[in-house]
Write a protein that binds this ligand. Structure first.
Ligand code: IPE
Ligand code: IPE
Ligand code: MG
Length: 244
């Protein structure tokens, strides 16, 4: 194996967001049920979290379950919810030891009936790790970017209605302060696996100036090398933010 040069820390993104897509196709190619792909996807996620932590990346946001994913079969949704519970039960202590701060982007309490144990596990993970100062791990779950924006708009509208907020004083900053990611850096790099060229309602606000990295690799195959390639590609981008 050729020796790899270390990644230049100064050129790493502060905030990486990942649309972990392609689990179903990965399983299908192996003649297996979709659930098999989701299980493999959890393993891939574990490594990517570890590597993000090792590299000192400030925030990692992963799309685990969208507000639209409830449309899937009861069997698949049940399997995903089972994996979620298993993940949080098994990994919480280790993530906590690593000083990882777990946050959930999305409507936990709006999850459907039958997911009470998941909801409790999520609240527990947030509480247990909220004062940690290491990697911020955002898990987007029952998450929709449009819903997040509407939620922020409602908070501000209520304040305006009760007289505690002057609508004219609303700025990008005060609006962003009501999003789930309120105090985090904007997304620098967004990765989507499995080759799909769309956002699927992910981080619509936060990705305003994010660099896109799309790979055909299916999520369960997205390993340390694949992540490294994405980070290297990012380090070679010329970001202009509208400037000349
Ligand atoms: C991503 O993989 C995982 C979730 C959406 C939960 P998919 O399940 O969307 O896999 P494909 O896109 O059907 O291959
Ligand atoms: C986006 O993937 C959601 C997650 C990865 C959790 P989907 O597979 O749900 O997106 P579409 O349906 O292809 O747009
Ligand atoms: Mg998909």
């Amino acid at each position: 194996m050729t020796e790899q040069l270390p990644l230049d820390p100064a050129k790493l993104p502060q905030h990486v967001a990942i649309i972990m897509d392609g689990n179903g196709r990965w399983a299908k190619r192996r003649g297996m049920p979709r659930t098999f792909g989701h299980k493999a996807g959890v393993e891939a996620l574990r490594e990517i979290i570890k590597m993000s932590d090792e590299l000192g990346i400030r925030a990692l946001t992963v799309y685990a379950f969208s507000t639209e994913n409830w449309k899937r079969s009861a069997e698949e949704v049940g399997a995903l919810m089972g994996l979620l519970l298993e993940y949080f039960t098994k990994e919480l202590e280790e993530l906590n030891r690593k000083n990882v701060c777990i946050r959930i982007l999305g409507d936990i309490d709006g999850m459907p009936r039958g997911t009470e144990r998941q909801q409790a596990a999520l609240h527990k993970a947030i509480e247990r790790t909220q004062t940690n100062t290491g990697l911020i791990l955002n898990i987007a779950l029952n998450y929709g970017g449009q819903q997040e924006i509407v939620r922020a708009a409602k908070v501000l509208a209520k304040r305006a209605a009760d007289g505690s907020l002057d609508p004219e004083s609303i700025t990008q900053e005060t609006f962003a302060a009501e999003l789930y990611t309120h105090d985090e850096p904007e997304v620098d790099l967004i990765i989507r696996t499995s080759g799909e060229l769309r956002l699927s309602n992910f981080l619509l606000w936060q990705c305003a100036y994010a660099e896109f990295y799309i790979t055909d690799t299916l999520w369960p195959d997205f390993d340390r090398n694949a992540y490294r390639e994405a980070l290297e590609a990012f380090s070679n981008r010329n970001r202009r933010f509208g400037g000349a």
